[in-house]
Design a protein around this ligand. Structure first.
Ligand SMILES: [Zn+2]
Length: 273
């Protein structure tokens, strides 16, 4: 939830660009991998930035979110390039009356034909989160950080408890940033309804999930950067874990009682240890 005064469209575009740039710096968005969407629950007039208008079929009905605005990366666009020219890389979607279609506003400099191919998962997560929490702001990011994704190829890490107890043990702030851990969703075909459903349900329990053998999805109702930071924290833990595997598991990691002591000192709840 964001308090008024709400960010201007320009500010949102810059924040999406900065998050995309950072994800690229940590090598979580090679080529055109990854996508970002933002829901804004306050009135935004997109027409000065995005003067071209077309009607598109929504991948799923959104009657709960009529009139709501989404900023979404275009299919095939590179997250690292959004910052250079946000309007060329993003579309602005406003849900029409009835919730079956939307007005898609784009720029004459638009560099894509369609919105991201993972748009069904993005919209389904926004719809679920916004209708349960009534938040006026929500962001969803999909990225492909290599260490987390690599661990998801190793059978014993294909389990939420095992994965978390191993990646959240390397730095004291890991548990603070990921108190409910990272959810694990087994491999499902990208863009499929099955992946969309599994994503919605895993993101009810977690603010970041791993898509097995593919990447991650993070959400935040505070800021775009908060979601990209979460990816960075989880990826850092996975990187330590990978280093430890390569070093014949010489590292101890923080012990569960040390991690519980950190949480006690900060008076915070966690669900991993
Ligand atoms: Zn992907």
């Amino acid at each position: 939830m964001i308090d008024a005064p709400y960010p201007e469209l320009d500010e949102l575009l810059v924040l999406i660009g900065e998050a995309g740039h950072r994800l690229s710096e940590i090598e979580a968005s090679e080529g055109a991998a990854g996508n970002i969407s933002v829901y804004a629950g306050w009135p935004i007039d997109p027409r000065r930035k995005f003067p071209l208008i077309e009607t598109i079929e929504l991948p799923l009905p959104m009657p709960e979110l009529v009139g709501c605005t989404f900023l979404v990366t275009g299919s095939g666009r590179r997250l690292r390039e959004v910052i250079q020219d946000p309007v060329a890389n993003l579309g602005c979607l406003v849900v029409d009356e009835g919730g079956q279609t939307g007005h898609l506003y784009t720029s004459p400099r638009r560099l894509f034909k369609h919105l991201t191919s993972e748009f069904n998962s993005h919209l389904a997560v926004h719809r679920d989160q916004v209708s349960t929490s009534k938040t006026n702001f929500h962001t969803v990011i999909h990225a492909q950080p290599p260490y987390l994704t690599y661990l998801s190829h190793i059978p014993r890490y294909q389990d939420t408890t095992y994965l978390n107890r191993h990646i959240v043990r390397w730095q004291p702030e890991s548990i603070v940033q990921l108190p409910e851990g990272v959810g694990y969703v087994p491999f499902l075909v990208p863009g499929s309804p099955q992946l969309m459903e599994a994503t919605v349900s895993a993101l009810r329990e977690h603010r970041i999930i791993v898509w097995g053998k593919h990447g991650v999805v993070a959400r935040s109702d505070v800021s775009v950067k908060r979601a990209s930071d979460r990816i960075e924290y989880a990826e850092t833990g996975a990187r330590y874990e990978y280093m430890n595997l390569v070093a014949n598991e010489l590292g101890e990691g923080l012990a569960p009682e040390e991690i519980r002591a950190i949480c006690q000192a900060l008076n915070m709840e966690q669900r991993v240890f």
